[in-house]
Design a binder for this molecule. Structure first.
Ligand SMILES: Nc1ncnc2c1ncn2[C@@H]1O[C@H](COP(=O)(O)OP(=O)(O)OP(=O)(O)O)[C@@H](O)[C@H]1O
Ligand SMILES: [Mg+2]
Length: 357
């Protein structure tokens, strides 16, 4: 049986179809079943082009690829499965030598392809930025130690107390910079994964936030208690979720004191957990994932920084260092997950998605 021979194909986000030399379907993976809204059973051993009310030049292209034993890449096709809207697909065909199959097709909706490419570009840009910042932080840290030490030595030699004020300023500011650099350079240790439950994380964060902001904020729970355990690093995930929830609390309370932009009403943060199915994370299709949404009714992320809040040192808050979300994202990515944000005045939602094995 072909599927058993390729367990990896079952997990791919890309639709994969194997055809024999007569263009009969010998295998489809779950992504292809979803794409064509058809079950594996009903499609097996049927001629592939026959699945579509209109398959354009498809049959000709496939026959030619088999005849000439030469595949093709990046063929944009419009296929209309019977009774459905036409699909715009990018198709790659590769001749294969298997006992039952002659051609392997990879099919991707064109929108999805663009989305993945954009996502990959964004990720690699992100990595490059992070690298740059780490290098810069190292370069700043080294001379700082020297500056601070010299100021200390100088202070001992100064007999006029009024002059010592200057060295104090140098030492204090050097310490402040040092602390900032240390946060930029937080060692990213690999997660220490143990079986855990996402609700332990939510509950911990909830009580930490209520202790830190005893007034003006309600933290509501909306848990799917049926969510299974998964392997993760509880400390890292608490840190990530705490950074996100703390931002929400700060945004709500900040808007209170700033009467002009205050939205009135009670400040509320909702922690909502759900199962998500068939999600693509880092190019892999996961049958099952867990989703944690942190929703607040504060003023929303300021429009001018909405596209860059996950970049280091981007802050819209007085006294903010702009590192909370960068760290949260790194920690979630170390768990193969993603963090996304959707924000408008009155409703901001941060969504963490983590794959479940
Ligand atoms: N829930 C939210 N509502 C409104 N604005 C938000 C929200 N979450 C984040 N932001 C905006 O995104 C900015 C970046 O957040 P981030 O946590 O990275 O840094 P910070 O909170 O400014 O500083 P730090 O967390 O390092 O102390 C915040 O300054 C704030 O302007
Ligand atoms: Mg923050």
């Amino acid at each position: 049986m072909i599927p058993a021979a390729f367990p990896g194909l079952e997990l791919l986000a890309t639709a994969v179809v194997l055809l024999d030399s007569e263009l009969q379907v010998k295998y489809v993976n779950p992504a292809a079943e979803t794409l064509f809204a058809i079950s594996r059973k009903s499609i097996l051993h049927q001629p592939f082009p026959g699945l579509f009310a209109d398959s354009g030049p498809l049959a000709g292209l496939l026959h030619q690829a088999i005849r000439e034993e030469r595949g093709f890449a990046d063929q944009d096709l419009t296929l209309a499965p019977t009774g459905q809207e036409p699909l715009h697909l990018n198709c790659i065909a590769t001749p294969v030598e298997l006992s039952q199959a002659a051609l392997l097709l990879e099919l991707r909706p064109i929108d999805q392809r663009l989305r993945i490419e954009r996502e990959e570009q964004r990720l690699s840009q992100h990595r490059a930025n992070r690298e740059l910042i780490r290098n810069l932080a190292h370069e700043i840290k080294n001379p700082l130690g020297g500056l601070r030490g010299s100021a200390q030595l100088l202070e001992r030699e100064l007999d006029r107390p009024s002059l010592r004020e200057y060295t104090r300023v140098i030492i204090k500011e050097a310490d402040r910079l040092q602390a900032l650099m240390d946060r930029l350079l937080t060692p990213h240790r690999p997660p220490n994964q143990v079986p855990m439950n996402i609700h332990e994380v939510c509950e911990r964060v909830r009580s930490l936030i209520l202790a830190e902001f005893p007034e003006g904020i309600r933290v509501k729970r909306d848990y799917d208690v049926g969510l299974p355990e998964f392997r993760g690093d509880p400390e890292q995930l608490i840190q990530a979720v705490l950074n996100i929830v703390r931002n929400a609390a700060q945004a709500i309370l900040g808007s209170r004191t700033d009467a002009a932009s205050g939205l009135g009403g009670e400040g509320e943060i909702v922690l909502c957990t759900r199962v998500a199915r068939q999600v693509t994370l880092a190019r892999r299709l996961h049958r099952l994932a867990l989703e944690l949404q942190v929703i607040d009714n504060g003023p929303g992320v300021p429009a001018e920084i909405r596209d860059k809040i996950f970049y280091p040192l981007v802050s819209g808050r007085e006294g903010g260092t702009g590192l909370g979300l960068t760290l949260a994202q790194t920690l979630v990515q170390q768990h193969q997950g993603v963090v996304e944000c959707d924000s408008q005045p009155g409703r901001t939602c941060f969504r963490i998605v983590l794959p479940l094995r």
